[in-house]
Design a binder for this molecule. Structure first.
Ligand SMILES: Nc1ncnc2c1ncn2[C@@H]1O[C@H](COP(=O)(O)OP(=O)(O)O)[C@@H](O)[C@H]1O
Ligand SMILES: [Mg+2]
Length: 242
């Protein structure tokens, strides 16, 4: 079932096109959007989340993003921005986790918190967390609302290896729960960890290639200016230990 669909989507900032006619659909499962800095990955997620104006049509579960009210859209789409500190408003991590549940009037999916947030952090002031801790809390504080669509913008940024494993577990959990998960990455290495179903390669606001993850070739990666599959993985994975 197609949950997220983009039809001929354009986004312009100050007249300059940043997305240039994107057509894509995402079914349940895990999808990566690959591209260099400035390719338009974040803008694409923000458009799906209804946070930037666009031309064309974006539909979530058949409903036009433009016509959904903010609250409805927030219950459908969990958008996790890249900067973990942005958006913390509560005095403790636990209150931060509960905040979105009160705002949206939904029950929490506390497995998300269990996977991402060590108990020792629950009483801390979110603004005193390290970058990696903040990233964990930030992801959990949004996805705890149980949205069927997850948009993860560079979810591995700021994380040490434990954090990377926690995000990989979170994505596996989401996959088992039947979520539609769209993940932006500028580093194909992390895609090998999440084992996505499909990829979409973005360059300068256009889709260069898309398909099953297994079909992604080094030629395509080269075309969008990214390292070959496995190159970084070989060196990092071999040093990863048992
Ligand atoms: N709010 C904005 N105003 C003006 N330009 C923007 C804005 N947001 C993004 N851009 C520009 O759009 C282009 C794509 O940005 P972005 O979607 O963040 O790319 P990516 O996430 O792939 O690195 C960049 O050139 C960026 O500077
Ligand atoms: Mg980005």
């Amino acid at each position: 079932m197609v949950l997220v669909e983009l039809r001929d989507v354009f986004v312009r900032f100050n007249g300059k096109p940043v997305l240039r006619g994107i057509n894509a659909s995402f079914e349940r499962g895990v999808h990566v959007v690959l591209g260099r800095n400035g390719a338009g990955k974040t803008t694409m997620l923000r458009a799906i989340a209804g946070l930037v104006g666009f031309e064309g049509d974006i539909r979530i579960d058949g409903r036009s993003v433009r016509q959904l009210r903010r609250g409805e859209l927030s219950r459908l789409v969990g958008y996790c921005w890249q900067n973990p500190y942005y958006g913390f408003i509560e005095a403790t991590v636990e209150e931060e986790l509960r905040a979105i549940l009160d705002i949206l009037g939904v029950e929490g999916d506390w497995v998300v918190a269990e996977v991402m947030v060590p108990l020792a952090l629950m009483g801390r002031d979110p603004l005193t967390l390290s970058g990696g801790e903040a990233k964990r809390v930030s992801l959990a504080s949004i996805l705890i609302a149980g949205q069927p669509v997850w948009l993860l913008d560079e979810p591995f940024a700021y994380l040490d290896w434990d954090g990377v494993e926690a995000v990989a577990r979170l994505i596996d959990y989401g996959r088992r729960r039947g979520k539609t998960i769209i993940i932006t990455l500028h580093e194909p290495f992390y895609a090998e960890i999440v084992r996505p179903d499909t990829y979409l390669a973005l360059s300068d606001g256009s889709v260069v290639s898309r398909g099953r993850w297994g079909e992604l070739t080094d030629e395509t990666l080269e075309k969008v200016g990214l390292a070959s599959r496995g190159v970084v993985c070989d060196s990092l994975c071999s040093g990863r230990g048992s």
